[in-house]
Every structure is written in C-alpha cells, then in structure tokens.
Design a protein. Structure first.
Length: 461
C-alpha cells in the first residue's frame, strides 16, 4: 500500500511491481503529486520561457536585433502570462496522465481517495463518494508530500497574495511583484518573473540570497539579479502582508514597508502528515511534523516506510523517488544501498543556474572535511565567450593525497546539465586526474570542468 502519488509514491510503486508485488497507490491530489502538478514541472516550464527571455537580452551583443512592423528597433518583447500559464498547466496535466498510463501498464491499482493508517497493516481509504474501503497491507509506504507554509499575518487570497501553487492561475501580468523569501523557491520565481519583464522586489530575512547554497554562487546570483534591475532587500524580515484593492503591502518588522500589485509567499513547506493515522500506527514524527526515517526509509513502525517531502530529509523530487525505491528494495529483499545525501546533485533554476553535489565549501571552511579547492571562472571559457556568457564558475573539491573528487559547484547556463560529470565523479570516487583525462568537446562549457580538474593535479614523484 502506497499513500501518495508523487515521485516517492509512483516510483516506489514501479519498483514494487517490477519485483512482483501486488501494489495499490492511494492518491487524492493527482498522480505526480506537487512535483508534477504544482511545483517542479510547472515552475521549470515557466522558467523555460523565462530562459528564452534571458537569452534575448544578449541578442544585441551577438549581432541580433528585433524590429517592429515599421522597421524601427523594437523597444521590448511582450509576454502573454495567460498563455504561458495555460501551457504550464497543460504540460503538468499531460505528465500526470503519462504517469497514470505507466502505472496501469505495470499492473498497479490506483485508488482515488484519502488514505489513513488504521494500523501498521491496514489502510482505510475515504473515497470521493463518501464511502470507504479497508485495505490490508504487508507493507505501507507514506509519501504524502508537503504544502506551502503560510502565516496568520500573511494569508494568501489566491488573487494577489499567492503561494507558489497559486501563481499559475494568474491571467494578468503583475505590474510589480514582491517575493517574500530568498530560499530556492523564492529565488527561482523572482529570477523567472524578472526575466519575463516584471518588476520584482525580493524580500530576504538573511544577509544574502540563497543562504543555504554555496556562498560564492549566491554572491554571483545576487550580483546578476541586481545588475538586471531586481531590488533585493537583505536583512528584511516580513511582519505581515495586507491588501487594499489592487495594492499589496509587505510590512517589515523594522517598520518599513514595500508595496506592489502582487505578492508571492515563499516561506518554506510544512509536511502533509496530519490526520493520516500516524499515531494509530506508531509512526514517530519530529517537532515539525516530519516523519522520522532511517537511511532505508523505515519509520518507527515495523513494516511502515516513508519517502519524500513528508520526511523532510532533503526536499527534492529525485531524493523522494530514491527514498521510495530504496524502501521497496529493502522490504522486498532486493539489493539495496542506504541513502547517501553526499551523492545527491541539486540545482537552483535561476539565471544563472546553480548546481551542486557532494561536500560543500561551508563544510570545508568548518573543517568537517579536508579538501583542496579550485575555482575556474566561466568567462575564460571559449564556448562561454561565444555565447556571451560572463557570469559563472566551476568549483571542484578533492581530497589531498588521493585526489578523489568529493564535491563540486557549477554556476552558469544549464548548470543542471554540466553538474552530471562531477556527480558521476563523486558517486564513483573518481580522482581529479580521471575526471581531467576524460575527453571533452572543444569548444564546450564542460571543458571548464576538465580544466578545473587538471588544476588539481599533483605531479607523481
């Protein structure tokens, strides 16, 4: 029995079916969960449009100009936010249907309803017509996800005060958008909407954007955002958000305020674990309501596993999917390796993108690991020069003595793709020399990864 149809749920269902288990997925919000319907797929579809607008800003430097019907230079490129959002929602729905068809082909039964644990061996499903179905299970996986966090002083209205799940209902383009929260979600939406030509103010309670990411990378991003016209309000903690007609005002704790036409709240997430029978089944949660799991996704209740955002382990779709797969491999007796967060690659889809894997600069500076560090600016890369790229870098961490790559950071266009060779190096404990000696295409941005690795070479004596 799997409660929740997001990445943690449907990926685990596919593994369990592959291993010969009878699988039932109980889902209430649509297959794919928030990752497909309201978070990753929609936001990255929106960002894909924003990327095109970002590339257009470099067009004059590359010798490309826009003209209007009269032959004069075009003053600006217009966007149609209603059409953009319609495409976003259409692609998300298509992806959800694809997941449903895949589960059906693999023999997985999908039950639409809300699942609740009666015990560690039984799930009661509340069906849409008001009836219930009691389903026994040899094992249960909980993958109920998380929801946007809101505050009593900043309640979304779905019109002008919005969570990231509500922005796709917008049909009019905001004149001035205030984004509250400078973590990954806030930074991504702020970057995307600014690229679409919207005036953006980013309110950050911390001393910089992306306080949880590599400091060098965050500095580059903030410099780029401010250079392109974004107002970044550092060390500015929100007290409340109010609306008066078409004007939204964000009031700060220091007495200042900033007004705009819309406000996007990016205040983090809360787990969707209330009312699903965790107490009855003996499943422990932490003080934030996240389900406590070990590295093979087991909860405190025998036979009950959990995966994804409801565990708070690392709130990425890729991690949710891996947690779910690991749970099924473990329960059904297949070969399994415990989850290793030091091998997880992640990406912030801003412009430029920020991709990371393995040990961080913060850990090196704190003495948690001894590593040599090399940083190589993308501005010296020939391919980057051809593309008009001036911002970004490649950073590698390797162990002294062995030369094994233990982490890396890539900042630049398509960093989400460029991080993969570094991720392979970290996962397979490759040395800097091995990474350097793999051929790269010339010219290519990936050549900077090999060059950074070459700079970590120590002559053999």
């Amino acid at each position: 029995m799997i409660i929740g149809g997001g990445p943690g749920g449907y990926e685990s269902a596919l593994v369990a079916a592959q291993l010969g288990a009878e699988v039932v997925v109980v889902d209430s919000d649509g297959l794919g969960g928030s990752a497909v319907l309201t978070d990753c797929v929609p936001s990255k579809t929106l960002i894909a449009t924003a990327e095109l607008m970002t590339e257009l800003t470099a067009a004059p430097e590359l010798g490309i100009g826009l003209i209007d019907s009269d032959g004069d230079d075009a003053s600006r490129v217009e966007i149609d936010l209603a059409r953009i959002n319609a495409r976003v929602l259409r692609l998300a729905a298509e992806q959800s249907r694809d997941i449903g068809r895949r589960l059906e082909r693999e023999g997985v039964r999908v039950v639409t309803g809300r699942g609740r644990l009666v015990s560690a061996e039984r799930v009661l499903v509340e069906l849409p017509d008001g009836s219930t179905e009691d389903l026994p299970a040899d094992a249960v996986l909980i993958a109920t996800g998380a929801a946007p966090r809101t505050l009593p002083t900043a309640e979304p209205d779905g019109e002008r005060i919005l969570t990231w799940e509500q922005v796709y209902d917008l049909t009019e383009t905001p004149e001035k958008l205030i984004v509250v929260g400078s973590g990954v979600t806030g930074a991504e939406f702020a970057s995307a909407y600014m690229a679409l030509g919207i005036e953006v103010v980013l309110v950050s309670s911390r001393d910089r954007v992306l306080p949880g990411e590599d400091a060098d990378a965050a500095t580059v991003l903030e410099d780029v955002l401010t250079r392109r016209g974004m107002t970044v309000m550092d060390r500015s903690r929100m007290d409340s958000v109010t609306r008066d007609g078409d004007v939204v005002t964000v009031n700060l704790t220091d007495g200042r305020s900033v007004s705009g036409s819309h406000c996007l709240l990016a205040l983090g997430s809360i787990p969707k674990t209330a009312g699903i029978g965790l107490d009855e089944a003996g499943v422990a949660v932490d003080e934030g309501g996240f389900i406590t799991v070990d590295r093979v996704s087991r909860t405190s209740a025998r036979g009950v596993y959990a995966a994804g955002d409801c565990t708070g382990v690392l709130m990425l779709a890729s991690v949710a999917a891996m947690q779910g797969r690991i749970a099924m491999w473990h329960f059904l007796g297949d070969a399994v390796a415990p989850l290793d967060l030091k091998k997880v690659s992640s990406n912030v889809f801003t412009a430029p993108e920020i991709a990371t894997v393995g040990w961080s600069q913060r850990a090196v500076d704190a003495g948690d690991i001894v590593a040599e560090v090399v940083r190589l600016e993308l501005s010296g890369n020939p391919r980057a020069k051809m593309q008009g790229v001036r911002d970004g870098f490649v950073k590698l961490f390797c162990r002294p003595g062995t030369g094994i790559i233990v982490g890396g950071v890539v900042v630049g266009p398509r960093a989400s793709e460029l991080i993969h060779p570094v991720s392979i190096a970290v996962a397979e404990s490759l040395t800097a020399d091995q990474l350097a000696n793999a051929f790269t295409v010339y010219p290519s941005n990936s050549g900077s990864i090999a060059e950074a690795a070459r700079r970590l070479h120590h002559p053999q004596t």
